[in-house]
Write a protein that binds this ligand. Structure first.
Ligand code: SAM
Ligand code: SF4
Length: 364
């Protein structure tokens, strides 16, 4: 038995095992991918569930050093979709049997913003008779706001830890009261306490990041016992401070491949969670998301933001599908998913099986 097969046959992966697996290539990497695909087949099966992604607004109070829509970037056309526009996108998702939507935005904490989100959640419950699954990704909020949104009908929340290393987190964020590592972690615990299905994730291939950080990120997710994960390659944006650290970074393809290994290892570590095949994978490789589905991911987030706003939600360079309408993306979903021998689970929430086993208040 070679070393990879030996490690994969163990009941539990230790930190050193994960570090080793993260660095595989060639035939050994294929063994890892085959194993993860098998674990996936035996647990969540070959269904892919959809979350129609609505990028509600690119207005953000934060200044994350990697993000193209950070507040200090004056070269962004700021927009906020109206409630009507968000609800139209939700209606589209409902009519096309997507099962769920993911409502994402820059982070704002004022009452007019949080009330608007509350109204959108309540209206979409009315519009769909409570049948649409709602994932939110609107950054750090107070526990009261998280609770209000949960009570209105949202039941999943994605908040990436970005890096579980305090030291690395502080290097990729401004060191001020708005960007505290502890606040990020506490927000995840608040979401868990309220009863959300909690998702987190990291960027892969960041400046200053090494495989030890990434192994610790996976162990952080395991320890927190997340329900869902969304992680993707870091892709630099020229109008951000981290851009000046691009020399010496891995190539984009290396970041893609490392992200795939992260996904495969996470599937082995946490077989029954939901793992998203993220848009950033597709920005590097047209088949990036399909590759992720083959080796561990089971969630796809087709962008259903009205086409004319997509260019303005540029977190990084070459973000895909910015010139397409929701219909264009819809027509290719089935084809793409079938291409890798999977099926779309239309009209289903596709909740994380991990969450179903948990003893917490259930939303909706
Ligand atoms: N504002 C909310 C937040 O930060 O949680 C949600 C929206 S934010 C744009 C969603 C995710 O985009 C972040 O969690 C971050 O991981 C990712 N992101 C931002 N800039 C990126 C970049 N340059 N490359 C890859 N991913 C990036
Ligand atoms: Fe704002 Fe999120 Fe971008 Fe940070 S990552 S600047 S919080 S949109």
């Amino acid at each position: 038995m070679n070393r990879v097969s030996d490690i994969l046959s163990r009941k539990e992966l230790l930190r050193d095992d994960i570090i080793f697996l993260l660095q595989l290539s060639g035939e050994d990497e294929k063994i890892l991918f085959r194993h993860a695909a098998q674990v996936k087949q035996e647990t969540v099966g070959n269904k892919v569930f959809l979350r129609g992604l609505v990028e509600m607004s690119n207005v953000c109070r934060k200044d994350c050093l990697y993000c193209g829509i950070r507040t200090s970037n004056s070269d962004v056309n700021r927009y906020s979709l109206s409630e009507y526009e968000v609800l139209s996108a939700i209606r589209f998702a409902h009519e096309n049997r997507y099962g769920s939507v993911a409502l994402q935005s820059g982070e704002l904490t004022g009452k007019s913003f949080t009330d608007k989100i509350s109204r959108i959640i309540a209206r979409s419950e009315e519009l769909t008779g409570g049948s649409i699954g709602i994932t939110l990704s609107c950054g750090e909020q107070s526990e009261e706001v998280y609770r209000e949104w949960f009570d209105k009908g949202a039941h999943r929340y994605l908040l990436r830890i970005e890096s579980s290393s305090r030291e690395l987190y502080e290097r990729i964020h401004p060191r001020d009261a708005n960007h505290r590592f502890d606040a990020r972690v506490n927000a995840l615990y608040a979401l868990r306490k309220i009863g959300y299905q909690v998702g987190t994730g990291v960027m892969v291939g960041l400046p200053f990041q090494n495989v030890e950080h990434l192994a610790d990120d996976l162990l952080f997710m395991k320890r927190f016992d997340i329900d869902m994960c969304g992680m993707g390659p870091y892709i630099e944006h020229k109008d951000t401070p981290l851009y000046s650290y691009r020399e010496g970074l891995m190539t984009l393809n290396e970041r893609l491949q490392l992200t795939l290994r992260m996904i495969a290892i996470l599937r082995i570590l946490m077989p029954d969670i939901n793992i998203a095949a993220t848009t950033a994978l597709q920005a590097i490789d047209k088949m990036g998301r399909e590759k992720a589905i083959q080796i561990g991911a089971n969630i796809l987030m087709p962008n259903i933001t009205p086409g004319r706003f997509r260019d303005s939600y540029a977190l990084y360079e070459n973000k895909p599908c910015t010139d397409e309408n929701a219909d264009d993306c819809k027509s290719c979903i089935d084809v793409r998913v079938h291409l890798v021998n999977h099926e779309v689970g239309y009209a289903h929430w596709g909740d994380s099986p991990r969450f179903a086993k948990r003893d917490v208040p259930k939303g909706k």
